[in-house]
Write a protein that binds this ligand. Structure first.
Ligand SMILES: Nc1ncnc2c1ncn2[C@@H]1O[C@H](COP(=O)(O)OP(=O)(O)O)[C@@H](O)[C@H]1O
Ligand SMILES: [Mg+2]
Length: 295
C-alpha cells in the first residue's frame, strides 16, 4: 500500500460563521491522497473544491474535523503550516494574481531563490518550470510581467509554483482559460511530472481533465463527497454522474460501454480518432481469439 500523504476526516467549514451570511461550504468531507497518485476533485462551481484545496496546505485551518498532511496535524493550531508549503504547493484558481516581480523569469525564480537555489541550477530550474507550462524560456524570461497576455500570466503563475518542485502539487482549476491545444499539452506535461514522482491533486469541473490524468476521483456536491473511487469505476456510473450534473466525454462513454462487454479497450480515450484506433486495435486482437467479447 502506498504511503498516505493526505488524510482528511469529517471536515466541516463555514464561511462567516456566526453571522447571518454564514454558509456551510464543507459538510463532513473525507479525502485521501497516496504518494504518487493523481487525484481529481471534481464538482460544479460552489461545491467546495477551492475551500478543500486551501485546507490541504494550511491556508484555511479546520474548524471541525482533521486534516493530516505528511504527518502534520493541521487541526492542531500549534502546527506552523509554512514549512510544509515547500513540500505541498498550491496553485490558486487565479495563479495570475500570484505574480509580483517585474520580469517573468524573476517571478518564476522567486520561490526557488528563497529556498537558497542560485546560479546555474536556478536558471535550469526556471527554464524547466517555464517549459512545462509552455512558456519558452528564451522568449519570456526577460519579458515584463505587465506585458504578458492573460493566458501567459496564468502560465507564469503556475510555473512559479512548479519551480518549487513540491512533492505534492495542488492545482485549482489549472486548465480553465487555456485553449484546447494548450490544455492537452499542459495535461501531458503534468502526466510527465507525475511519472517523475510528483503527487498531483487537481480540482476541476472538467471530466475531460479527469479522463486524461486522474487515477482516483472524488466528486464534491454541495460540500459533501457524493462519489469517490477509481476513474474507471466513477466513469461507469453515468446515471449517477448525470444526476449530479456531470457528464463523461462521449468517447469515454463509448469505451466504457465496450469495456463492460469485455472489449480490451482503455477508458482514457478522448478523441474520436483515438477511439477509432482503439476499436480497430481491439477488433484485430479479438479476431486473433484473444478475449471473448459481447456486442
Ligand atoms: N471567502 C468566502 N467567503 C464566503 N463564502 C465563500 C468564500 N469562498 C467561498 N465561499 C462559498 O463557499 C462555497 C464553496 O465555494 P468554493 O470552495 O469556492 O467552491 P468551488 O471551488 O467548488 O467553486 C460557495 O457557496 C461559495 O460561495
Ligand atoms: Mg474554486
Amino acid at each position: 500500500m502506498r504511503e498516505l500523504l493526505i488524510e482528511v476526516r469529517g471536515l466541516h467549514h463555514t464561511y462567516m460563521e456566526g453571522t447571518p451570511q454564514a454558509s456551510e461550504s464543507l459538510r463532513g468531507v473525507d479525502f485521501d491522497v497516496h504518494r504518487g497518485e493523481v487525484v481529481a476533485l471534481i464538482g460544479p462551481t460552489g461545491s467546495g473544491k477551492s475551500t478543500l484545496m486551501q485546507h490541504l496546505n494550511g491556508i484555511i485551518r479546520p474548524q471541525s474535523g482533521t486534516v493530516m498532511v505528511m504527518g502534520k496535524d493541521l487541526s492542531d493550531s500549534r502546527i506552523d503550516p509554512r514549512p510544509l508549503r515547500r513540500s505541498i504547493g498550491l496553485v490558486f484558481q487565479r495563479p495570475e494574481d500570484q505574480l509580483f516581480e517585474q520580469y517573468t523569469g524573476d517571478d518564476v525564480a522567486y520561490g526557488p531563490r528563497l529556498m537558497g537555489i542560485s546560479g546555474k541550477s536556478l536558471s535550469q530550474r526556471v527554464r524547466w518550470a517555464m517549459e512545462i507550462v509552455g512558456l519558452s524560456f528564451e522568449e519570456f524570461k526577460d519579458r515584463p510581467v505587465f506585458m504578458l497576455s492573460g493566458g501567459e500570466r496564468r502560465k507564469a503563475g503556475l510555473a512559479g509554483v512548479i519551480a518549487l518542485r513540491p512533492e505534492v502539487l495542488l492545482l485549482d482549476e489549472p486548465t480553465s482559460g487555456l485553449d484546447p491545444v494548450a490544455r492537452t499539452e499542459f495535461l501531458m506535461r503534468l502526466k510527465t511530472l507525475n511519472k517523475e514522482g510528483m503527487t498531483l491533486v487537481i480540482a476541476t469541473h472538467s471530466m475531460d481533465d479527469v479522463a486524461i490524468l486522474a487515477e482516483g476521483v472524488y466528486i464534491l456536491d454541495n460540500g459533501r463527497i457524493a462519489m469517490s473511487g477509481s476513474t474507471g469505476k466513477i466513469f461507469s456510473k453515468f446515471e449517477k454522474l448525470r444526476s449530479l450534473g456531470l457528464d463523461v466525454p462521449a468517447s469515454v462513454s463509448l469505451m466504457a460501454a465496450l469495456k463492460s462487454r469485455g472489449w480490451p479497450v482503455p477508458l482514457d480515450v478522448l478523441t474520436v480518432d483515438e477511439a477509432v484506433k482503439e476499436i480497430l486495435g481491439a477488433i484485430s486482437h479479438l479476431s486473433r481469439g484473444g478475449i471473448s467479447a459481447r456486442v
